[in-house]
Design a protein around this ligand. Structure first.
Ligand code: B12
Length: 215
């Protein structure tokens, strides 16, 4: 096998080349590179770079979309490998991006990492209304809810979702953790969420802590 250049994964995502992202990821996995390394050292930094370029007006929405698609193509390859071998789920988590918000890369990463940590995931998607969240909590009876928001304009949706769980008498039965770029610990405290983390690995630790608190 020729020398494996993992930077190709980083650049494939930045260039939005989904085929190359999947191919390099497969090669890396075949060469026994740790999938966690691929994620944290190449894939996430590539999306961070695309984000920085977008913020600097050096690229635009279509480039963001194809970069996100390339990241997903790589994620598809490592996802099964990130999954833990836990027989008993560590807990059930309903995962959602809040109403008005279509950003799902962070949510999916959090879901994948939680799944890797042995949690059972019920992913109810993006642009999730308080109604839909309440229905999911009622029907799936999770111990945890994980909410993601990437827009400052959708932060209030998080509070509405918590309020809805309280109104429906569901709030006491679940721990709610929140995250996403504009979310802070102060905001989490302000709306009465049970926890906040600024990254997907931290989300797993947080989920475990909250499960401990729930026990
Ligand atoms: C990719 C992207 C898009 C893609 C989304 C593709 C997809 N399938 O998700 C597309 C092109 C669709 C898009 C659209 C828009 N976007 Co956009 N987007 C981004 C971008 C560049 C990267 C986001 C991302 O995926 N980051 C990578 C992931 C891994 O990071 P993350 O989501 O933060 O998640 C991590 C943590 O936050 C945490 N986390 C996340 N969720 C959770 C949940 C829990 C429970 C926990 C514990 C932790 C946690 O863990 C994750 C992993 O470490 C950001 C810029 C940026 N630098 O963030 C702008 C950004 C978020 N977008 C922005 C905007 C304005 C928009 C649009 C309004 C643009 C437009 N004019 O149409 C639309 C809105 C559409 C909508 N209604 O949602 C702004 C938001 C500004 C603001 N202050 O609100 C940003 C910040 C760019 C900017 N500076 O202008 N976007």
């Amino acid at each position: 096998m020729p020398d494996l250049d993992l930077d190709q994964l980083y650049f494939a995502i930045i260039d939005g080349n989904a085929k190359a992202a999947a191919a390099v990821t497969k090669e890396a996995v075949a060469a026994d590179v740790d999938p966690q390394t691929l994620l944290t050292d190449y894939m996430i930094p590539a999306m961070d770079e695309v984000g920085a370029r977008f913020e600097a007006n050096e690229c635009f929405v279509p480039e963001l979309l194809i970069a996100a698609r390339a990241m997903k193509a790589g994620m598809e390859v490592i996802r099964p490998l990130l999954l833990g071998k836990a027989v008993e789920p560590a807990g059930r988590v309903v995962v959602a991006t809040v109403q008005g918000d279509l950003h799902d890369i962070g949510k999916n990463l959090v879901a994948t990492m939680l799944e890797g940590g042995g949690f059972q995931i019920v992913d109810i998607g993006t642009d999730v209304s308080p109604d839909k969240l309440a229905d999911a909590v009622q029907s799936h009876q999770p111990q945890l809810v994980a909410l993601s928001a990437l827009l400052t304009t959708t932060l209030p949706s998080m509070k509405r979702m918590l309020d809805r769980l309280t109104q429906d008498g569901l709030r006491a039965g679940v721990k709610v953790m929140i995250g996403g770029a504009p979310v802070t610990q102060d905001f989490a405290d302000e709306i009465g969420a049970d926890g906040y983390s600024d990254n997907a690995a931290g989300a797993v630790n947080l989920a475990r802590q909250l499960m401990g608190a729930a026990a």
